[in-house]
Design a protein around this ligand. Structure first.
Ligand SMILES: Nc1ncnc2c1ncn2[C@@H]1O[C@H](COP(=O)(O)OP(=O)(O)O)[C@@H](O)[C@H]1O
Ligand SMILES: [Mg+2]
Length: 349
């Protein structure tokens, strides 16, 4: 691949801060991120599935921020925040503000004073807290629980969402006014399955990062990346990193990672879980055969029919989507649908 000078530099700048990227889509994101880093007061919204690197990118932006990099970077996990204690988490409390508040405590925004506050999984923030957060964003002051004084905050706000916030706004589970406040610079991180060009550099980075598990990996076989490109990676880059760790753990010799390393580890553990699930299901089916008097063939046939129906009801899709979802060919799917006399408008063509 050929990089123009600027892209190469951008890539290195972020790689030095732990964020690996090279696909066109991600380079576009990095260009925006680097611009945002220079504008220390601008709010940044990062969207992407879980494990796509939102938090790593947010931290990299903070580190590149000339005004704020030597000040704190504080993350609050909105999905685990305790709703009753949230106000104190955000704004701090005075001593004796409520039972249990034996000493005063700084909240998120004051802890991040001068630096950056990342609201992680902001999509999980309960509506009452969304209103409180909106107020902070508008007025840039906080008041600790039990205090009558307001404190001005000088903090860059970043928010990460693992679901498209605009959609949640339409569903009325996220406040539109807060969304507009957060959505100033919008960075959208594509899922790993849409940027498989990055597999190889990412794998090498993780092999380097976890060299204490197994040292000296310098190559990734093309066959391995080709094989991985057929995986879904629901857990995105985080899942890939864990797989690399498992491959390294199982490795005993050599300087390259290949398909056999993948097979011996990742695939094994996944297959084992799947086999257990199927075994559980088989126990249920056995009860039907043994008690209800249906033949094994009838039960298997019915099972197939229900699998087809379940897959068909999992959203609108073409026959090609459906075949992919069922891990079969379109031709086989066509015959199966016919043999079960199943037709579905959604599964047509
Ligand atoms: N572009 C990347 N370069 C290097 N490591 C990454 C990248 N994206 C994700 N990771 C790794 O995956 C893990 C999960 O990333 P994270 O930023 O926590 O994802 P998210 O916040 O989107 O759920 C990180 O700890 C990091 O090790
Ligand atoms: Mg995260």
């Amino acid at each position: 691949m050929i990089w123009d000078q600027a892209d190469g530099e951008l890539r290195r700048t972020f790689a030095e801060r732990g964020f690996i990227a090279c696909s066109d889509a991600m380079m576009a994101v990095l260009r925006q991120a680097s611009k945002a880093a220079q504008l220390s007061d601008i709010t940044v919204l990062l969207e992407g599935e879980t494990g796509t690197g939102k938090q790593v990118l947010a931290r990299a932006i903070h580190q590149l921020d000339q005004k704020r990099h030597s000040r704190p970077f504080v993350t609050v996990h909105c999905s685990t925040i305790n709703e009753t204690l949230a106000e104190s988490e955000f704004f701090g409390h005075e001593r004796g503000a409520f039972s249990g508040a034996v000493s005063p405590r700084k909240g998120l925004f004051q802890a991040a004073q001068g630096g950056t506050a990342l609201l992680d999984d902001v999509n999980d923030l309960p509506l009452p807290l969304q209103a409180k957060l909106l107020d902070v964003l508008q007025r840039r002051v906080v008041r600790a629980v039990g205090s009558d004084r307001e404190t001005a905050i000088d903090v860059r706000i970043m928010a990460a969402s693992n679901r498209p916030l605009a959609e949640l706004v339409r569903q009325n589970t996220f406040r539109a006014d807060l969304y507009y406040r957060l959505n100033v610079v919008h960075l959208s991180l594509p899922p790993l399955r849409e940027r498989f060009a990055e597999l190889c550099p990412l794998i090498l980075e993780f092999a380097r990062r976890h060299h204490e598990v197994y040292p000296g990996i310098t190559r990734v076989d093309g066959e391995l990346t080709a094989h991985l490109a057929s995986q879904r990676f629901e857990g995105n880059v985080r899942e890939l990193e864990h797989c690399v760790q498992r491959m390294l753990f199982a490795k005993t010799e050599g300087t390259s990672l290949g398909v056999e390393d993948w097979m011996s580890q990742c695939q094994d553990s996944r297959n084992e879980t799947s086999r257990e699930m199927v075994r559980d299901a088989a126990h249920t089916l056995w009860r039907v055969v043994s008690r209800e008097g249906l033949s094994c063939a009838d039960v298997l046939r019915l099972t197939e029919r229900y699998l087809l129906e379940i897959a068909m009801s999992s959203g609108p899709q073409t026959r090609r989507d459906l075949a992919q979802r069922l891990r079969t060919s379109e031709r086989t799917l066509y015959h199966k649908l016919r043999s079960h006399a199943l037709t579905s408008r959604s599964a047509s063509a």
